[in-house]
Ligand binder design. Structure first.
Ligand SMILES: [Cu+2]
Length: 263
């Protein structure tokens, strides 16, 4: 039986490749960068079961147990925060990130967001412009898939997905604003999509960890954004934080704590 283990997903898992020596010399090299986004508060939030109230699909949706809310998904063992988006950008907003030769071509064309148990899986999904988002419904009940981002860039739409159907969305554009995903039949369902015009992005895993491979060496801005808390660093976080990526090695940013929202 297929199990849905990935809560947060990254579309491009083809990030590892051997460095190209020629381009190294030309561009200043490439390196990997990794870190862990952590819950910055003392008490780790526990995911609470949702009250589905009188929804007609309640029985189906809770078939495998209660649905847990997804506001903050924190690993109690290491305080790692899941489902945070992490990405690089140049300081100069007009500039473009150099892209390692092995990552220039988009190898995986379709990225799936499914709704098997009345939650979007993955809850947070990053993809690269040129990839299609496949909104899938593998459940035994109907869902709808409503997506909306910046009105001029990713205006979105709303489609009904009867059981075992899907809709391919192939026109998503890279943008600084996220694309919000909702299902109006099950109002607790919420998902997030971010679209990039380069391959240097990640969604933190169950340990809060992220890794960007074969990134351009040098100083870049690192951005961290979470669907419930917004930018890491508050309003200032919109501009990211400067990091330096070492050529030919791994840069470990270690723990980047995400302060909890005020009570
Ligand atoms: Cu639904």
């Amino acid at each position: 039986m297929r199990r849905f283990v990935a809560i947060c997903g990254v579309a491009a898992l083809t990030l590892s490749a051997s460095p190209d020596a020629g381009v190294h010399a030309q561009n200043g090299g490439w390196g990997d960068v990794k870190g862990v986004i952590t819950w910055g508060g003392d008490k780790v939030p526990e995911r609470q079961p949702l009250d589905l109230k009188v929804n007609p699909d309640k029985k189906f949706c809770e078939m495998k147990g209660p649905i847990l809310e997804e506001t903050w998904i924190v690993n109690p063992k290491n305080k790692g925060l899941r489902c945070a988006f992490v990405w690089l950008a140049p300081k100069d907003k007009e500039a473009k990130l150099p892209i390692h030769p092995s990552l220039r071509e988009i190898k995986q064309k379709k990225i799936i967001m499914d709704q098997p148990i009345c939650m979007f899986i993955p809850h947070a999904l990053a993809l690269r412009e040129g990839q299609s988002l496949v909104a899938k419904n593998s459940a035994g009940v109907s869902h709808n898939f409503k997506w909306s981002g910046h009105p001029d860039v990713n205006p979105g739409n709303n489609v009904l997905l009867p059981p075992n159907t899907e809709k391919e969305i192939d026109d998503l554009k890279a943008d600084r604003l996220p694309v919000s995903i909702e299902c109006n039949i099950h109002p607790w369902m919420r998902g997030w999509v971010r679209v990039f015009n380069h391959p240097y992005y990640a969604v933190t895993d169950a340990n809060g960890a992220f890794e960007l491979k074969n990134a351009p060496a040098g100083e870049w801005q690192l951005f961290v954004w979470h669907g419930s808390g917004g930018w890491l660093g508050g309003a200032k976080g919109r501009n990211g934080q400067t990091i330096e990526i070492k050529a030919g090695g791994a840069t470990d940013l270690k723990a980047l704590p995400y302060p909890p929202p005020p009570p």
